[in-house]
Design a binder for this molecule. Structure first.
Ligand code: M7G
Length: 199
């Protein structure tokens, strides 16, 4: 018996560059799944995040959404993220994030904000992010037929998701988990632009 997930999810991998390659050449779609059993089958057979080389990323996104700012479903959105100052990723934390995403624990049923989760392995740190459909300001199109959200409602949903994410990450209260719009990240040419919200 397979236990179906609420959504189909796709795993993507960014491999470290060997020489001069750009973002698109390094990003590869790995596999899609829509049951708990398939998830474990995949999780148990891929390299754990703690063993990935610097400049690798895993991205787990809802099927049909590329893990890129440019994707039509991401381009008005942003991401919550936290940078862990350790060289080696903590596999348990990343697993909790994956389970919270596929188990729909990061948002409420009608929010329709969570696009995916990402782990970036870097030389001296790693970062875990949660990508959202909107950036909390102007009311963003969600599902057809859903009532438009006011900016206040959008922001409340975003902050709630940020708080849920922070709990899953087990980050200490005093440590900020920060939100940034993708358009700000893209303009800054890197993801180090100034945060818009924090929880
Ligand atoms: P990063 O991997 O988010 O953070 O972005 P890092 O600075 O800690 O490595 C690194 C670089 O990858 C960016 O400056 C972009 O050149 C490229 N990049 C990252 N993302 C998420 C995207 C994206 O969604 N689209 C494009 N075109 N480039 C991206």
């Amino acid at each position: 018996v397979k236990h179906p997930l609420a959504h189909t999810w796709t795993l993507w991998f960014t491999k470290p560059p060997s020489g001069k390659q750009d973002w698109n050449e390094l990003l590869k779609e790995v596999i899609s799944f829509n049951s708990v059993e398939e998830f474990w089958g995949i999780y148990n057979n891929i390299t754990p995040s703690s063993e990935l080389a610097p400049k690798s990323d895993y991205h787990l996104f809802k099927h049909g959404v590329r893990p890129e700012w440019e994707d039509p479903q991401n381009k008005h959105g942003g991401r919550w993220s936290y940078t862990f100052k350790q060289r080696q990723a903590n596999d348990d934390i990343w697993l909790h994030v994956l389970l919270a995403a596929i188990g729909e624990q990061l948002e409420d049923d009608n929010d329709n904000e969570v696009m995916g989760v990402v782990i970036n392995i870097r030389k001296a740190f790693y970062r875990i992010g949660l990508w959202t459909r909107s950036a909390g300001t102007k009311a963003n199109p969600t599902k057809q037929g859903q009532p438009q959200r006011t900016p206040q409602e959008s922001q409340q949903i975003l902050m709630k998701i940020g708080n849920n994410f922070k709990t899953v990450l087990s980050v200490q209260d005093k440590e900020p988990v920060e939100f940034m719009g993708h358009s700000d990240s893209a303009n800054a040419g890197s993801t180090r632009a100034k945060a818009k919200y924090s929880v």
